[in-house]
Design a protein around this ligand. Structure first.
Ligand code: PXP
Length: 237
């Protein structure tokens, strides 16, 4: 079964636009779970333009499903996750000024850095996942680094989907098989939507978890949050 983890950063972005507490990020997280989300993802960035570090601390005791914190493992981020101890930390190499994550790790260049980080997370009982593309070397390195999982960066799949979905999915299917043969669990995320998720899941049903934010929260404007989550879960059946 592929779990749906809802990335609630966009809810914080909307709240931050006015400076008050509307919409309420904590309530939204609890509601997402009530409506069927099997996990909550947050991506705190150093400038706190979406989720704030303080949100992460407040969310921790409220989450009853799986809490996934993603981000670049700079010192402030590591201090936060080691304190909060979520179920999973997804390591993302995003630059401070990136609008959103736009690439996975170069695991050859960052091999020893990631090995240390993964070890530190493991020593605190936190599952690690490394955000990467479909390159064979990156996958094999992720296994050598000792990561528990990889999260495949699915933007290239999403952008090619309407043109040729078979071609779009092929590298992801291959990457997932290689990852599994190397003992890695596989998550996926970025630009997954109601248009492209069902085919992704039909073709690679053994993905452990998808983390979805932008499209799901946007769909919720039209469908409502409950219906939006149910629709995404239908794609994963
Ligand atoms: N996975 C990672 C590592 C991300 O950085 C993001 C965006 O914050 C997502 C998944 C979710 O992407 P989207 O918002 O396009 O669903």
């Amino acid at each position: 079964m592929t779990k749906l983890s809802v990335n609630i950063n966009k809810i914080a972005t909307l709240r931050n636009a006015r400076g008050g507490n509307v919409p309420d990020v904590q309530k939204a997280a609890v509601d997402c779970e009530t409506f069927g989300a099997e996990g909550i993802t947050v991506h705190p960035r150093p400038d706190e333009r979406h989720i704030r570090y303080s949100d992460v601390l407040l969310l921790r005791p409220l989450i009853t499903t799986e809490f996934n914190i993603e981000g670049n493992p700079i010192k402030e981020f590591m201090d936060l996750v080691l304190k909060v101890k979520p179920h999973q930390v997804t390591l993302v190499p995003d630059a401070h000024d990136a609008i959103t994550s736009n690439a996975g790790w170069d695991t050859t260049k960052s091999f020893s850095f990631l090995t240390e980080i993964v070890e530190e997370l493991r020593s605190k009982g936190i599952r690690s996942s490394i955000f990467i593309g479909t390159d064979l070397r990156d996958i094999e390195n992720a296994a050598k680094i000792g990561a528990d999982r990889i999260e495949l960066y699915t933007e290239p799949y999403a952008s090619q989907y309407t043109k040729d979905r078979e071609a779009a999915i092929k590298p992801f299917l291959e990457a997932t098989n290689i990852a599994r043969n190397n003992g890695l669990g596989v998550n996926a995320g970025h630009d997954l939507s109601l248009d492209n998720l069902a085919f992704f899941h039909e073709t690679i049903p053994w993905i452990e978890e998808v983390s979805i934010g932008h499209a799901l929260i946007s769909d919720a404007l039209y469908l409502g949050l409950k219906k939006a989550i149910q629709s995404y879960k239908s794609c994963l059946k």
